[in-house]
Write a new protein. Structure first.
Length: 102
């Protein structure tokens, strides 16, 4: 059985609309995260990629660190949904609440 990876891997760079980058910052502050990478990892962990339907929007690039397991999840659903990794990340980030629930 393969060992599960919790340690962030090499940076993953993808395009995001500036409004979503601002949302990452809002979520980072609202949840008390230290980095944008923490926001992205939390969004990936909590998102239902199985029932997602990707859409299109103008973008710019950012780099974050995610675990090897999360990278594999994104690649698997990217193929299954015929969508880019960036599209799937946008769905997960858009679904993440701006503030942590109390």
């Amino acid at each position: 059985m393969a060992k599960s990876s919790r340690k962030p891997s090499a940076p993953l760079t993808f395009d995001l609309p500036e409004s979503l980058i601002a949302r990452i910052e809002t979520c980072r502050k609202g949840h008390g995260f230290a980095t944008a990478s923490e926001v992205v990892r939390t969004a990936i962990a909590g998102y239902d990629f199985e029932s997602s339907e990707p859409s299109r929007d103008p973008h710019r690039q950012i780099s974050v660190r995610i675990t090897a397991d999360q990278r594999a999840i994104l690649k698997r659903y990217s193929k299954k949904k015929n969508a880019s990794v960036g599209e799937l990340l946008r769905l997960a980030l858009e679904a993440m609440p701006a503030k942590k629930k109390k």
